[in-house]
Design a protein around this ligand. Structure first.
Ligand code: ZN
Ligand code: ZN
Length: 368
């Protein structure tokens, strides 16, 4: 079938609208008509540091309506509304033990470009391969081919445009707290980086009952939004020493911290901001060559834990976790709409621009 797609043809070049060919859904595949898709920082990172051939079709926070299903699909039927997330194999030790975000075949399934069993590409532009099925989706298009394991059926009454970013950014921030950090009620929490992932972590820390919630960023408008979303204290890292300020506010260091900037120096500060027995969760994406320094004696004597988290986090299963997040949203506890700015599909390059300069925290693109 023919689909409309916003293709990337070069590093950081504007996306171009093209009509491309998409194959019919194969075994286990689901064809989804996209209604809305979030724009995630990983899309921008990949556009800036390509790890694949051009042209490529990105986008991995899609939500829409199932149009067709391949053989063997039992989870959804045409007409169902779905949110999509990354896919996983369902068979490896990580998947079997309830850690699909850490699937051992993650890269092969989510970053291999979309091959059919005969070696041809699922997406083609004028007979030439398009790198697609990016992070289980490629949602910057009118239609998307997802695997059954990456679609999550939701109620048809729910707003697909507001909930689309639950598939990656919001799930990642909330998962870092609710699944990986798992703070006890009444503990103190600090966040470094008040973007879409970080602010989702903040809302989750409030849900979890953390009573002191300190947010560090360099952008005043983001700190204002953090206060609206439940921060009890905000620190502008451009004006003061964040570690010292956190230690003062919390009486020696916080119980839990989420680092969402991906900047190695800030990760070091996040570890330093912990009190005794504290846990740092690193969720911001640093480059493949990045490294972080810490003093092992301090880590030992302060009983510090350092954890990584991606997607739904430790023991997080998206098909259970995303519906849980939707319940929090319905109860007014996860007001994700406050992070969103909406764009028409034709304005996708404006959305990318606004995500780059930080004027939009979480752009969401609506299909015509
Ligand atoms: Zn993402
Ligand atoms: Zn797996």
């Amino acid at each position: 079938m023919k689909i409309q797609a916003a293709l990337a043809f070069d590093t950081n070049a504007p996306l171009q609208m093209e009509q491309i060919d998409l194959v019919e859904p194969g075994p286990g595949d689901v064809l989804v008509r996209i209604v809305a898709t979030g724009l995630c920082h990983t899309d921008l990172t990949v556009l800036a540091n390509p790890q694949m051939p051009w042209p490529a079709l990105l986008g991995h926070e899609g939500a829409g309506v199932v149009e067709k299903v391949g053989t063997g699909v039992t989870r959804v039927v045409p007409g169902d509304h779905v949110i999509m997330t990354t896919t996983s194999c369902g068979k490896c030790p990580q998947c079997i033990s309830g850690q699909p975000s850490y699937c051992l075949s993650f890269r092969e399934l989510n970053m291999s470009g979309g091959r059919c069993s005969d070696g041809s590409c699922t997406h083609q532009l004028a007979g030439k391969p398009v790198f697609a099925r990016f992070l289980g989706q490629s949602s910057f298009a009118s239609h998307c081919l997802a695997s059954e394991r990456s679609v999550i059926k939701i109620d048809t009454q729910l707003p697909l445009d507001i909930l689309a970013p639950l598939g990656c950014g919001i799930q990642t921030g909330a998962g870092a707290v609710l699944n990986t950090l798992r703070p006890r009620a009444g503990t103190s929490f600090a966040l470094f980086g008040a973007g879409g992932v970080g602010l989702s972590a903040l809302m989750a820390a409030k849900i979890a009952g953390c009573t002191q919630r300190i947010v560090v960023d360099r952008v005043a408008s983001r700190l204002e939004l953090a206060l609206e979303l439940g921060a009890t204290h905000v620190i502008n890292a451009g004006d003061q020493d964040a570690v010292q300020a956190i230690r003062e506010l919390s009486g020696g260091g916080v119980d839990g911290v989420v680092e969402a900037t991906g900047i190695p120096k800030v990760m070091e500060q996040a570890i330093q901001a912990l009190g005794h027995g504290g846990t740092a969760v690193l969720v911001g994406m640093a480059g493949a060559q990045a490294s972080v320094t810490f003093n092992p004696m301090e880590v030992q004597s302060r009983n510090t834990r350092i954890k990584g988290s991606i997607m739904a986090g430790e023991g997080g299963v998206p098909s259970l976790f995303i519906p849980q997040l939707i319940e929090y949203w319905k109860a007014g506890l996860l007001p994700v709409e406050k992070l969103l700015r909406f764009y028409d599909f034709k304005d996708i390059n404006q959305a990318i621009h606004d995500a780059h300069d930080g004027s939009a925290i979480k752009p969401v693109i609506r299909m015509p």
